[in-house]
Design a protein around this ligand. Structure first.
Ligand code: PAF
Length: 299
């Protein structure tokens, strides 16, 4: 398979690195990371240890061809990513496992075949040419636009075979909501407290806050018609935090690097839905305001 991964951050690099063992992979990323990969390969440490050898470039080459395009940029960059990927929009299947709500909608405005999903892997960007696979998690994929079950099963087999255990769902909207609730419960707290995910479940005060944020966000999901159970979602959130205990959440990594966070696509999406239903969400609103303040300070 010819795979193009647009966005060689932590998770994009992990997916591209693992897929490159069996497939022709081109990672599109920042210059320093691309230069390091071209020179020494992609070093993966932690739960997966390997030196992967994907091809890498800073932009999509003219006339590029791909069977699978993995969009792995931050949620706020999805729309601009699609302007660079327009040339592949009719021929390739697009896969998004990005954090936040709204990515598949944006991709589906241009691409004819779209698979949406979530992944609970924890990956830390160590530096150019190097990532740490800090926690293993489930990946779930489902149909968004122009794909059928056979396409999903084929893609699942490709991901499974690359060492990314994957499940197919027919209800990807529920998965996306469940994951956004997990991210809203872990990421802002880990980012503001400056702690790896594991501390959120080891520290009793932080754990109580995670659980309260999670229940509040799950109530919004239910108001949106998503069949998720609050207790089960709290359980899932703490399980993911435990399994990715050593990981610095993507939002914490963004703050560490002085980069914009995905708070608007995660907690912001929950607040917008809460407003539609007249639901009070004081904890999520406070976390949103605090992370936005850090975002503006970085900007
Ligand atoms: O955004 C993240 O960091 C990840 O989605 C997760 C699963 C919370 C692990 O840190």
């Amino acid at each position: 398979m010819r795979v193009l991964v647009f966005g060689a951050g932590a998770i994009g690099s992990l997916l591209g690195g693992l897929l490159s063992a069996r497939h022709e992979v081109l990672l599109i990323g920042r210059k320093a990371h691309v230069d390091a990969i071209r020179e020494h390969g992609l070093r993966v440490s932690g739960k997966t240890v390997r030196l992967a050898k994907p091809d890498a470039a800073t932009r999509v080459p003219g006339g590029a061809e791909a069977d699978l395009v993995v969009v792995a940029v931050k949620a706020y960059d999805t729309s601009s990513a699609m302007t660079h990927l327009r040339g592949l929009a009719k021929s390739a299947t697009f896969l998004t496992l990005q954090n936040g709500l709204g990515n598949a909608d944006v991709i589906g405005r241009t691409a004819l075949r779209v698979v949406a999903g979530t992944t609970a892997h924890g990956v830390t960007f160590v530096g150019p040419g190097e990532i740490r696979h800090a926690g293993v998690g489930e990946t779930v994929i489902g149909p968004w636009r122009g794909v059928d079950e056979a396409d999903l099963v084929r893609l699942r087999d490709v991901l499974d075979d690359a060492g990314i255990p994957t499940r197919v769902t027919s209800d990807v909207r529920t998965e996306l909501w469940a994951k956004v609730v997990v991210n809203a419960s872990i990421n802002p707290l880990a980012a503001l407290a400056g702690v790896p995910n594991g501390r959120l479940v080891r520290d009793k005060r932080l754990l109580a806050t995670v659980e309260a944020v999670c229940r509040e966000a799950a109530a919004v999901a239910r108001a949106e018609g998503v069949a998720i159970d609050a207790a089960e979602t709290v359980h899932r959130t703490t399980l993911i935090a435990r399994r990715t205990a050593a990981n610095r959440s993507s939002m914490l990594q963004d703050l560490d690097l002085g980069r914009r966070t995905e708070i608007d696509a995660i907690t912001g999406a929950i607040l917008r839905a809460a407003d539609r239903h007249g639901l009070a969400t004081p904890l999520n609103r406070a976390l949103h305001a605090l992370v936005k303040a850090r975002d503006s300070a970085a900007a």
